[in-house]
Design a protein around this ligand. Structure first.
Ligand code: HEM
Length: 491
């Protein structure tokens, strides 16, 4: 036998021995689930997420229905469908941490989302909090109003020319323009483009798409993530020549970044960059290099735009598909804002209980970040239903599954805003997992709930097009030409 044949045989034998160990002797072997995943989660994930186009979560749901609240979905990975466990592993001061292996495929190390070291994460979170606070977002209300009017103007143009409009692309452009203003200090201008796209947002999307194949082809994923950071870095460099010098040097030149952060060179400011480049922002904060800055900005652009636009698209979809809900919402809006000239502010809109309920229900069922989000069992181990789990095991949970858990939600798959008007609403609110919980919960939550998408754009869109064009019917099928409803549709 040649040495190659020996090597090959040894490789196959070692793989088989490992597979047998993983299946029958591994500490997780007691758990039911996917046998393929227990041997190699990479190919299992590739099969469901890539070959079957992102259907892994549905397979996880099916396995839970078959086997109960705990299933094995990887060599070292369990998926749990139990609110008590979710709350335990995500509570403030938990010793569970993010799994670096998983997060390298969907984020950058060291960023607000990707940092897995709790102490370092605390500092980064503190630095960013003021830049994404409710107060800061409130200051951006005029921008959001202007963007909403611009978006609706595009729909008007489509109506006038009888051409179709892709509401998905439009919603993504709307949120990307707002988020880029918050994060970069200037809009990408997607809403002004005929196809609602920009080079930077296209590249960010393309790079993060590879998250689907990340676990199976880590190198491809790494190249995509690198190119994604590179794109943002290139974009940052356009801000001014000072930035280019800064990016290539060490601590001495980091101070030079200060002028850049105060102004992007066009008289605009980014509170996010300002905070990140302020050495005194928070104790323990060290100035990021240009590369680290790009990483954080790329993460924030992606975290903030895709999630919010998906929420808007889901909201439109659900309201369109429930005539009674649509009518109730429209009635409430018409009463609160009798004419389009009425000032649609967050303060006014938040008093509308049915609108609030529609927003909440959209966030429950639309779950822009459906899952799964793994947490690593700490050094002391963890007891799950009476069984000890060793350190290093990952416990995954998913908003898609918990937000539809039959133990918590009555008729879980029904889009029913009235559940948020019941006496149980406060209790239900504590069970909503859309934004995560604890120290790692979403930092942009305020942005979503405050004046942004939901409370300004939604009412204005409904009133403008509900009254003039039958907006909801138009977007019901996402690629239909805009056309007015019969004149008697809205008395
Ligand atoms: C409907 C919209 C949104 C949803 C559903 C959402 C959901 C989430 C979830 C579930 C997490 C936890 C992720 C994890 O555990 O790995 C998260 C984290 C985060 N989100 Fe959001 N998000 C939304 C919008 C935004 C916006 C607009 C921003 C602002 C730029 C933002 C910034 C962040 C950041 C910085 C984190 C990391 C927080 C940390 O670990 O300290 N998100 N988000």
């Amino acid at each position: 036998m040649s040495s190659w044949a020996y090597l090959l045989t040894a490789g196959v034998v070692s793989w088989v021995v490992k597979a047998i160990y993983n299946l029958y002797f591994h500490p997780l072997s007691r758990y039911p689930g996917s046998k393929v995943a227990a041997v190699s989660s990479s190919w299992w994930e590739w099969y469901w997420n890539y070959y079957h186009n992102g259907r892994l979560l549905f397979e996880v749901e099916r396995l839970h229905q078959q086997h109960g609240p705990v299933i094995r979905i990887g060599v070292n990975d369990l998926h749990v469908s139990d609110m008590a466990v979710y709350q335990d592993i995500t509570k403030v001061n938990t010793n569970f941490t993010k799994d670096p292996h998983f997060y390298q495929f969907i984020s950058f190390p060291g960023t607000s989302i990707g940092e897995t070291n709790p102490a370092k994460h605390r500092v980064r979170r503190k630095v960013l909090t003021p830049a994404l606070s409710g107060t800061r977002i409130q200051e951006l209300a005029p921008l959001i109003e202007a963007k909403t009017i611009q978006l609706l103007g595009r729909f008007d143009e489509s109506n006038a020319s009888g051409s179709p409009v892709c509401v998905t692309a439009a919603a993504k452009a709307f949120t990307m323009d707002i988020i880029s203003k918050i994060v970069l200090g200037q809009e990408l201008g997607c809403l002004t483009r005929p196809d609602f796209r920009s080079e930077l947002s296209d590249n960010l999307n393309a790079a993060f798409e590879t998250g689907w194949i990340g676990p199976s082809f880590p190198n491809v994923s790494a190249v995509a993530m690198w190119s994604c950071a590179n794109m943002t870095e290139k974009y940052l460099k356009r801000f001014g020549p000072g930035c280019q010098t800064n990016g290539q040097a060490g601590p001495a030149t980091q101070e030079e970044l200060r002028p850049l952060t105060v102004s992007t060179g066009r008289g605009e400011r980014s509170a996010v960059i300002d905070m990140l480049m302020d050495p005194k922002a928070v104790k323990g904060h060290s100035l990021p290099t240009l590369e680290e800055l790009s990483d954080e900005l790329a993460m924030l652009l992606t975290a903030g735009s895709d999630t919010s636009s998906n929420a808007i698209i889901s909201g439109i979809y659900y309201v369109c598909h429930h005539t009674n809900i649509y009518q109730t919402l429209l009635d409430e809006l018409k009463e609160a804002f009798p004419s389009l000239g009425t000032d649609i502010t967050y303060e006014n809109a938040r008093k509308l209980t049915y609108l609030q309920a529609v927003v909440k229900e959209t966030l429950r069922l639309g779950h822009p970040l459906p899952g799964r989000l793994p947490r690593k069992v700490p050094a002391e181990g963890y007891t799950l239903y009476g069984h000890h789990l060793p350190p290093g095991v990952n416990i995954h949970t998913s908003a898609y599954i918990l937000n539809r858990h039959a133990d918590i939600w009555d008729r879980p798959n029904d889009f029913d805003p009235t559940r948020w008007l019941s006496e149980d609403a406060a209790t239900l609110d504590k069970q909503l997992t859309t934004f995560g919980r604890g120290a790692r919960q979403c930092l942009g939550k305020e942005y979503v709930f405050r004046p942004a998408c939901c409370h300004r754009s939604f009412p204005r869109a409904m009133l403008t097009f509900g009254l003039k064009l039958g907006f909801m019917r138009v977007v019901g099928s996402l690629r239909q030409p805009l056309s007015p409803l019969p004149s008697d549709a809205y008395p």
